[in-house]
Ligand binder design. Structure first.
Ligand SMILES: [Zn+2]
Length: 262
């Protein structure tokens, strides 16, 4: 079986001392591909360099964008810069993101409309460069769905670290989106998400760790690792009716289809 961590922040300094070693361990564990979404203009060059220089057996893929947690101090000039940074890299990038809407931050910082205008710009970039979108959500399913219906992304994308009900997930799937399944399903209290993940069509599922964020159940307080992808897969296999081999194959096919990587 082969695996792709479809969402991992490997560029974060948490991994500075062990990055190559970790990637070799990933490849030994058959985690052969990793998709790294950017979070802030500060990380863009670092991320591009990291992916370009990678000589390990784990293939890395980059995406450029601005995460809704990192909007402070940014304005439209950074959106222009995003466009200018994507342009010469467009053949190397496999998606635009991370972008999206975070309801908790919107409340704390009273910045929902700024988040929305940044999100809309990312959709515009995805369409301009014909790339899929990597979307962050937190208490914002209605707002995100509304935006995606209003300004459709031609190449679709993934709702990363999906949590929510079957109906909420299905609404994205019906629009053509995939759902990133992460550590949430390892938490017994995430009943609604667990129930939903059992029922989603297999064609809609991808696996991700979001490392170093989102530690799995029982590992709270620790920093997360892409190696935990296999624990998430095991949990997913437990919830699903398909045999493991079939499940992993279908998920890899979904990754290939959405991001155009083999
Ligand atoms: Zn993320």
């Amino acid at each position: 079986m082969n695996f792709t961590d479809s969402h991992c922040h490997l560029d974060f300094s948490n991994f500075d001392n062990e990055r190559d070693k970790l990637l070799e361990l990933c490849s030994l564990a058959n985690i052969n591909k990793m998709i790294i979404p950017a979070v802030s203009p500060k990380n863009w060059q670092l991320l591009l360099k990291l992916v370009e220089k990678n000589k390990t057996n784990c293939q890395l893929f980059s995406c450029l964008g601005i995460h809704p947690w990192y909007l402070n101090g940014l304005d439209n000039t950074h959106l222009e810069l995003l466009d200018q940074t994507i342009a010469p890299q467009q053949n190397k990038l496999i998606a635009i993101g991370e972008t999206g809407l975070d309801g908790v931050i919107a409340k704390e910082q009273n910045n929902l409309s700024k988040q929305q205008s940044f999100f809309e710009f990312h959709i515009h970039m995805a369409n301009k460069y014909a790339l899929p979108l990597i979307i962050h959500h937190r208490r914002t399913h209605p707002e995100i769905l509304q935006q995606l219906k209003m300004t459709p992304v031609k190449k679709f994308g993934v709702i990363h670290a999906f949590s929510g009900s079957y109906q909420q997930g299905k609404a994205y799937i019906d629009l053509g989106y995939k759902l990133g399944i992460g550590g949430t399903i390892t938490y017994p209290r995430a009943e609604k998400t667990i129930k939903a993940v059992k029922r989603f069509p297999i064609e809609a599922l991808m696996l991700e760790t979001d490392a170093p964020s989102m530690p799995l159940f029982g590992m709270q307080g620790e920093s997360n690792s892409p190696l935990r992808l296999l624990n998430i897969f095991d949990k997913l296999a437990e919830l699903r009716s398909e045999p493991k081999e079939l499940l992993s194959e279908a998920i890899e096919k979904n990754v290939e289809e959405l991001f155009g990587i083999t």
